[in-house]
Design a binder for this molecule. Sequence first.
Ligand SMILES: NC(=O)c1ccc[n+]([C@@H]2O[C@H](COP(=O)([O-])OP(=O)(O)OC[C@H]3O[C@@H](n4cnc5c(N)ncnc54)[C@H](O)[C@@H]3O)[C@@H](O)[C@H]2O)c1
Ligand SMILES: [Zn+2]
Length: 686
Amino acid sequence: MSTSTPRTSAQNAAQELIARSNRLGADPKNTNYAGGNTSAKGTETDPVTGEPVELVWVKGSGGDLGTLTESGLAVLRLDRMRALVDVYPGVEREDEMVAAFDYCLHGKGGAAPSIDTAMHGLVDAAHVDHLHPDSGIAIATAADGEALTKQIFGDQVVWVPWRRPGFQLGLDIAEIKRQNPQAVGCILGGHGITAWGETSEEAEKSSLWIIDTAAAYIAEHSKAEPFGPALEGYAALPDAERRAKAAALAPTIRGIASADRPMVGHFTDSDAVLDFLASAEHPRLAELGTSCPDHFLRTKVKPLVLDLPAGASVEDSIARLKELAVTYREDYQAYYDRHATPESPAIRGKDPLIVLVPGVGMFSFGKDKQTARVAGEFYVNAINVMRGAEGLSTYAPIDESEKFRIEYWALEEAKLQRMPKPKPLATRVALVTGAASGIGKATAQKLAAEGACVVIADLSLEKAIEAAAELGSTDVAVGVQVDVSNADAVQAAVDAAVLAFGGVDLIVNNAGLSLSRSLLETTEKDWDLQHDVMAKGSFLVSKATAKVMIEQELGGDIVYISSKNSIFAGPNNVAYGAAKADQAHQVRLLAAELGEHGIKVNGVNPDGVVQGSGIFASGWGANRAAVYGVEEKDLGKFYAQRTILKREVLPENIANAVFVLCTSDLSHTTGLHIPVDAGVAAAFLR
Ligand SMILES: NC(=O)c1ccc[n+]([C@@H]2O[C@H](COP(=O)([O-])OP(=O)(O)OC[C@H]3O[C@@H](n4cnc5c(N)ncnc54)[C@H](O)[C@@H]3O)[C@@H](O)[C@H]2O)c1
Ligand SMILES: [Zn+2]
């Protein structure tokens, strides 16, 4: 093997590589999320010998080019990598070489070498990029991709027939580079592109030139309607109608996607998706499935496509989706059976990960929101690829048997097995009312920390969004506006929750307020407000969300933040205490009614939570302090002294109780109230 390539000094090589990778990864036209990898070669002094040692820095397994840092790089010795060629046992056993990469590592730390490491180490160029651009994959999946490559790029870019990524593909590309010294890269059939250069700038230039030249060629030469003529009745519904239909279908679709295991959902109604579904060829193309090796685990080989026009009613759509789900699962089992060998990993679930609804959009699914969102992004990549390939030629993805070899690749299975155990509330979508403050906010924090996706619903949209942002990105939590006493507002908030995460599973009826007034001072308006927000509000929220949960067929939890005052009788509390008693009885009534759907309904009875509570800050605290004859600032301590345990109750204590009620540890408990009051004998339940 040649070792003539000039090498950059070590620090520069890694730094330039990271900067180039971040630039390439920042633009979605260049590669899909977490797709592709890059490398640089350079020389460093070996601390063992004091001699120069040739190294390759290559993006390791996992992570995304756009956010790559030094810890995402694997560093390998080139002399040892090149020596692997002599022990390579042939393509049937190429997977063994991945373990051998570990014996080429230089120093400690860094990422695990990925399957693509061979391509980077073996190709004799100082800088190598391997990317999955839509424009490049369009050429790579065109039926006459080889001829198109020649026509578009002349002898500058070489066609490499499809081969599953691995050591042999690395050897193939290295050989092509040797045979074609004029070439700056290649199109990898059915897969993507690889480009190289002797400097980092040169490699980046080669990559971008291939990507942009392919895109320009497609733009110039594509036929007018790559997806065929418009399909009568399949055009996108108007915005409001589309979103309403999406929200109405979402729970059923999430149920379909979660038949084998619960999934989080993501909804996309971008023009790319709606245009695809509005065109005549979409059923044929969807059936052909995706192509890039990154896709199969994320999107499955093909989506489930509803074969009804945009105007079909929600009822008809649901009925048809349920039929199609049965067929989808049978087809998937048949696909597995056609290709599985005794060594294949077990079937991983037969449900679709992508569901397409003409006129409405795309639902994508995953084990968490980020995975669901990225699955949707990948299918949009696939649509772009199909548009390009059909525009120039015919879309011809890799064979089904090769798709299976990737989806059920032993190396991929091993990666899945190494994944950390999911958190207790993973895949669960929680909606917490009044979660911009106090107990609700602490509860939202706890549920998110335990793995749930959280919808923060509160009166002020701004505060709801602010509280959600404190929990993380919109993959973790979103804020929505709601006045729980208004049925339309509640439905709108539930729709927003369903469109954000695919459905809902865990409801916390927490919104509330408190006016401390004696019977004679309590006005009719006071009474109505307390009852509208707490008694009626939680009824409305339970009603709208139970409908979603019943349609999903995934069970669920409804938790009421009631109060010690639901059973305890004290002065100046008639409206609040009566509304709390109403909520407490809703727990028992709904536990009895919803149990047949696997929905558990429980309550928490807090008392004396002063810290963080808006209720206490806005007058109730001053009032209670006056009633008990203490200073307002000492109210928390006063309450603590009143308790059996002499402990102050904090918002986190309530949040923990909600969490416990919703874990599998209490899977057989419904209709229960848990007091979280540090012990108040007068409020003991019996
Ligand atoms: N703090 C306590 O000691 C205590 C004791 C027992 C029960 N609780 C109950 O706990 C719940 C939360 O109380 P907190 O102390 O955290 O109060 P808080 O005032 O800090 O939070 C209540 C939240 O509910 C929201 N809200 C009010 N009306 C709403 C409406 N119509 N629609 C949507 N959101 C609305 C508010 O904007 C606020 O963000 C209440 O139901 C309360 O009755 C509190
Ligand atoms: Zn690739």
